[in-house]
Structure formats: structure tokens, C-alpha cells
Design a protein around this ligand. Structure first.
Ligand SMILES: *[C@@H]1O[C@H](CO)[C@@H](O)[C@H](O)[C@H]1NC(C)=O
Ligand SMILES: *[C@@H]1O[C@H](CO)[C@@H](O)[C@H](O)[C@H]1NC(C)=O
Length: 124
């Protein structure tokens, strides 16, 4: 059976450009993991919605318990902001983790965030 795949010259130019752009993007955005000093986990909630606020406060207690028990030994959880704070447009609080606690922290947040949105970003 013969292959029927063929490209017109404009398709070849397009694929070449796509490849170059992808390669350049990946090169410029690659990050040496040793540049990452830690991670922030931002939990968001809607202060006007009782269920959302209750979930958020309860989840913060659970995070604090994990820190106190040593499971998330190298994390700290900051106070709750009941409204917009800095770039964060809704109620929120931040947990800051050293990278030494990242495997445990990622698992804990993924398994327990329920209906709360969580933004994770590295500190470089
Ligand atoms: C992260 O933890 C390591 C080992 O416990 C420690 O040496 C380092 O100073 C900590 N880094 C930060 C940013 O807390
Ligand atoms: C998330 O919200 C849905 C719809 O309100 C609810 O049925 C569900 O129990 C909630 N899940 C958790 C983990 O709170």
C-alpha cells in the first residue's frame, strides 16, 4: 500500500514556521528547576456565598492541620482576605510552600480542594 500523504509548498512553509515558533517558545520559556524557590497556592472563594465561604474556611483549617502535624512541614498559610486583594479579584488566601513540601502539597490540594478554585504558581 502506498502512502498518499503529500504537502503543498505553502503547507510545508506553514509547518516549518510552526516548528520554529514552537521550538523558540519552548527554548525561551524553559526554566531551570533550581531557579524555583517555592510555590504559592491561592485558594479563591466568593465571600457573598455562604457555602463558598464555609468551604474556604474549612479547607484553610485542614491546611493548617496538615502544617501543624508536619505533613506539610515547609508550608505556611496566610490570613484570609475576605475581598479583592492585590491581583486577586475575589476572597482568597495564600499557602506558601518550600519546594521540599511540593509533592505532599500538590497531592493534598488536588485531592481536597472540593469546589474551590486553586491557582498554583512557582516563585522564581
Ligand atoms: C527550603 O527548605 C530547605 C531544606 O529544608 C532549606 O534549606 C531552604 O532554606 C528552604 N528554602 C526556603 C525558601 O524556605
Ligand atoms: C460541589 O458542588 C456541588 C453542587 O453544588 C455539590 O453537589 C458537591 O457536593 C460539592 N462538592 C464538594 C466536595 O463540596
Amino acid at each position: 500500500m502506498t502512502s498518499n500523504i503529500s504537502f503543498t509548498s505553502s503547507q510545508i512553509v506553514f509547518l516549518a514556521l510552526l516548528f520554529c515558533a514552537t521550538y523558540a517558545y519552548c527554548r525561551t520559556t524553559s526554566l531551570d528547576e533550581s531557579d524555583v524557590h517555592g510555590y504559592h497556592f491561592h485558594v479563591y472563594f466568593y465571600p457573598g456565598a455562604p457555602r463558598s465561604s464555609q468551604d474556604a474556611i474549612g479547607f484553610r483549617d485542614a491546611i493548617q492541620n496538615q502544617i501543624s502535624s508536619g505533613h506539610l512541614a515547609d508550608c505556611i498559610v496566610k490570613p484570609v482576605n475576605m475581598g479583592p486583594y492585590g491581583p486577586h479579584m475575589v476572597g482568597n488566601y495564600e499557602t506558601c510552600c518550600n519546594k521540599t513540601s511540593i509533592p505532599q502539597a500538590l497531592s493534598f490540594f488536588m485531592l481536597n480542594h472540593g469546589n474551590l478554585s486553586v491557582l498554583v504558581h512557582p516563585l522564581t
